[in-house]
Design a protein around this ligand. Sequence first.
Ligand SMILES: Nc1ncnc2c1ncn2[C@@H]1O[C@H](COP(=O)(O)OP(=O)(O)OP(=O)(O)O)[C@@H](O)[C@H]1O
Ligand SMILES: [Mg+2]
Length: 318
Amino acid sequence: MNTPTEVIRTEKVSKLYPVERGIFGRVKRWFRALNSVSVKLFQGETLGLIGESGSGKTTLGKIILDIEKPTDGRVLYRGRDIEGLNREEYRRYRVNVQAVFQNPQSSLNPRWQVWKIITEGLRINGISKKKEDLIEKGRELLSLVHLSEETLFKYPHQLSGGQKQRVAIGRAIALKPEVIVADEPTSALDVSVQAQVVNLFLELQEKFSTSYLFISHSIPVVEAVSDSVAVMYKGYIVEEGETTEVLTRPAHPYTELLLNSLPGKEGKAAPEVDEVERVPESGCPFYFRCPKRKKECLSFNMELKQITETHRAACILV
Ligand SMILES: Nc1ncnc2c1ncn2[C@@H]1O[C@H](COP(=O)(O)OP(=O)(O)OP(=O)(O)O)[C@@H](O)[C@H]1O
Ligand SMILES: [Mg+2]
């Protein structure tokens, strides 16, 4: 088998957000949303990102999209630090890394017809300017996402949730990006529609060899789309590896807990495990919730340890 081409990699990315400021605006307290996170995205492959609310999934997506800057660490695009790209290379980066968000309602301009929404990137990047050309291009894009031609002249409010998400996907692929960060792209949809949208993602990946960072609360959805999975907890990657290995033989007690909270197989979002905010000063952040905890966990450095060639976990029990 050929080794897949690495497109984007994060290297020990940390992100701190100021949460409390003194009277003169000086930051008194910081919140660590990401702790030394390293992930790789390969051409034509999907990395699924799971973990409960607040674990840092969206933050990682934003850093890859360069909407947020890391406090520490870096993002490499085809081996090069994105901070070192020149103007034109950076423009290419922004074109090559696109996003699809959870709520198509808020991500689509309500005053624009679909042809204008779906071709926005083509306009911004000066690829087409003429209305007739854009409409023609819009027609092609709609066909790629399996929407009928009459959708071209509709407004977002005239579309169903699934149709809106197809438009958002069409807009994301318009510039044939190398990477799509999909942040809970099916979570706002009915279960029956979720499967269709998942299939569309798979079909487009097959066609264009796009790489996805696919964030989802739904383990069945992640299982369906991902080649590999990373599990996040309190800003750490606690486990990662080939999808089946991680989901059938979880090694970190947190992953086990997350998988056990799965409500059947119908693809509903897993309920939040009891929100326990307590995190020890050092060591494993899962300590207080872990049924297998030991004293040594409080001095564990959270490094990912190799279990098999394609499976790693950050737990002293590994
Ligand atoms: N701009 C910000 N300022 C301060 N804290 C922030 C900011 N953005 C995110 N956070 C905090 O960082 C943590 C991680 O947030 P993030 O949105 O990445 O979580 P998530 O895993 O995507 O959660 P969800 O599943 O709910 O979408 C949260 O505790 C959040 O409150
Ligand atoms: Mg999020």
